[in-house]
Design a protein around this ligand. Structure first.
Ligand code: DGP
Length: 114
């Protein structure tokens, strides 16, 4: 049994509101949404953060962004736009140690982020 929360959602051991799944990645709705649309896109294979990334993950990252853009279209976010966020480590507020891309949209957002 995995210790990692997102690995357990990916395997189906813990229920997640999954909106997309393929052999490489899974997307599910954030349990604590910060915008009307808040989806997390994660690699199925455990990867802690961008700090662990190397050449091998380059195609996977492209695929994750492509799926995020497709989900944004499905969620009707094309016209208003959306934000893709990756938090790495404590200063950025990463709270789950499994790489995830946040797709946020459906409201006007401020900049810079807090
Ligand atoms: P971050 O702070 O970047 O590590 O974002 C982690 C996100 O994970 C945070 O927005 C809340 C979300 N989250 C935490 N636990 C769960 C869970 O059990 N299920 C789902 N769907 N999301 C979770």
């Amino acid at each position: 049994m995995s210790e990692c929360l997102f690995c357990r959602i990916i395997s189906g051991e813990i229920a997640g509101n999954v909106v997309y799944r393929d052999e490489q990645l899974t997307a599910f709705r954030d349990i604590n949404p910060q915008a009307p649309t808040h989806v997390l896109i994660v690699p199925n294979e455990h990867l802690t953060s961008t700090a662990e990334m190397g050449q091998q993950q380059v195609p996977l990252m492209g695929r994750i962004v492509q799926v995020a853009a497709e989900l944004a279209r499905q969620e009707g976010l094309q016209a208003g736009g959306y934000r893709l966020v990756v938090n790495t480590g404590p200063d950025a507020g990463q709270s789950v140690g499994h790489f995830h891309l946040h797709l946020l949209g459906g409201r006007r957002m401020g900049w810079p982020p807090g």
